[in-house]
Design a protein around this ligand. Structure first.
Ligand SMILES: Cc1cc2nc3c(=O)[nH]c(=O)nc-3n(C[C@H](O)[C@H](O)[C@H](O)COP(=O)(O)OP(=O)(O)OC[C@H]3O[C@@H](n4cnc5c(N)ncnc54)[C@H](O)[C@@H]3O)c2cc1C
Length: 289
C-alpha cells in the first residue's frame, strides 16, 4: 500500500527505520534485528541504502523479507550519487519487481574529496522514478537545520522546492532535538509553496557514543536541556538509555499534539528502543489527527 493512501485514514502514525546488512556473513544477525523492529508493527518501515554501494544489495532483499514476515509496508531507500543511469534503472526495475510501492529517493553524500558524478541532486532521481512509468509513492529528505551544502536556509528551501516540484509525495526530516526548529522550518517551507506532507524524524539517543556519531553525520544541534541530561546520565548505560527514550517520546508527543500526522523514528536495528518508544505512545498512535 502506498504511504499517500495510508495518510487518508487521518490517524497519527509511527514509522521506524532499519538498516540492511553490509555483508553476506552479517545478513542473518542484522536482518534478524531489523525483523524484530518490524514485528512491532509500525505503520511502515524504511530500509536505508548505502550510497557507496556498500549495503545497497540488501535493501530490496530486506524490504521484501520484512513484508513477507510481518506484513509491514516497506519504504525502500535508493541513492544515486555513485550510480550511473544504467544502475539506477536496474535498481528501479528490481524495486518494482519486488512489489515495493514506496521509495525514498536520495542523492547520498558526495564521497569525501570527490565530486558528484552522473547525478547531482535527488530531484534527478525523482524524475527518473516518475518517468519509469511505475506508479511509485516517492519520498525525499529535508533538513530543518539546513543541509551542510547550502549556504543558508533560503537556498536550502529553494533546492527543496525543486525536489518537491520534481514529483515528491512526502518529505522526511533529518533528526533534530528541539521541536521549535521543526515548527519554524514548516512555517518557512509552507511560505515557499511546498505543500506536501512532512514526517519529522526523531532519533532516540541512548548513549554518549551515539551523540558523537550523530553530531558527525547530521549537523543537528543539541539543546541545553539534552546536554544537561547527557552530563548527568551519560556515564550510566542504563540511565542514559532510559533518559534518551523519554526525551524522544516527549518530542514525539509534542509533535503529534501540534498536528503532525506521521513521526518517523530512527530506531536503527534496536528492537528494545523501538519497543520502549512504542509502549510509551500506547493510546496516542492511531488517534485521529
Ligand atoms: C530522512 C533521510 C534519510 C536518508 N537516508 C539515507 C540512506 O538511506 N542512504 C544514504 O546514503 N544517505 C541517506 N541520507 C543522507 C542523504 O543522502 C544526504 O544528506 C545527502 O548529502 C543529501 O541527500 P538529498 O537526497 O537530501 O540530496 P538533495 O536533495 O540533492 O539535496 C542536497 C543539497 O542540494 C540542494 N538541492 C537540492 N536539489 C537541488 C537542485 N535541483 N538544484 C540546486 N540545489 C539543490 C539542497 O538544498 C541541499 O542543500 C538520508 C537523509 C535523510 C534526511
Amino acid at each position: 500500500m502506498k504511504i499517500t493512501e495510508m495518510l487518508k485514514n487521518n490517524r497519527q502514525m509511527l514509522s521506524f527505520e532499519v538498516f540492511p546488512p553490509k555483508t553476506e556473513t552479517s545478513f542473518q544477525s542484522v536482518s534478524q534485528a531489523a525483523l524484530e523492529v518490524a514485528a512491532l508493527n509500525p505503520d511502515f518501515i524504511s530500509i536505508t541504502y548505502g550510497a557507496g554501494g556498500g549495503t545497497s544489495r540488501y535493501t530490496i532483499q530486506l524490504a521484501s523479507e520484512i513484508r513477507k514476515a510481518t506484513g509491514v509496508e516497506p519504504l525502500a531507500h535508493l541513492t544515486c550519487v555513485s550510480s550511473t543511469h544504467e544502475t539506477v534503472a536496474r535498481q528501479i526495475q528490481l524495486i518494482h519487481d519486488a512489489g515495493i510501492e514506496n521509495v525514498m529517493a536520495l542523492r547520498g553524500d558526495i564521497p569525501e574529496g570527490g565530486e558528484a558524478g552522473t547525478y547531482h541532486h535527488a530531484s534527478e532521481l525523482i524524475r527518473e522514478l516518475r518517468a519509469s512509468g511505475y506508479d511509485f509513492c516517492i519520498g525525499g529528505a529535508c533538513y530543518p537545520e539546513v543541509h551542510p551544502e547550502s549556504c543558508d536556509q533560503k537556498a536550502d528551501i529553494a533546492g527543496l522546492k525543486m525536489k518537491a516540484d520534481a514529483g515528491c509525495d512526502f518529505l522526511t526530516t533529518q533528526m533534530f532535538f528541539d521541536n521549535h526548529l521543526l515548527f519554524n522550518f514548516l512555517y518557512k517551507i509552507r511560505e515557499a509553496g511546498i505543500t506536501i506532507p512532512v514526517f519529522p524524524g526523531i532519533m532516540p539517543i541512548t548513549s554518549r557514543r551515539q551523540v558523537q556519531q550523530v553530531m558527525r553525520l547530521s549537523n543537528a544541534s543539541l539543546p541545553q536541556r539534552f546536554k544537561s541530561l547527557m552530563d548527568r546520565y551519560g556515564d550510566s548505560e542504563a540511565a542514559m538509555c532510559q533518559a534518551g527514550i523519554i526525551y524522544a517520546t516527549d518530542q514525539i508527543i509534542d509533535l503529534f499534539a501540534n498536528g503532525i500526522q506521521v513521526v518517523h523514528v530512527y530506531t536503527m536495528n534496536k528492537p528494545h528502543v523501538a519497543a520502549a518508544i512504542q509502549k510509551n505512545l500506547t493510546g496516542i498512535v492511531g488517534m485521529p489527527v
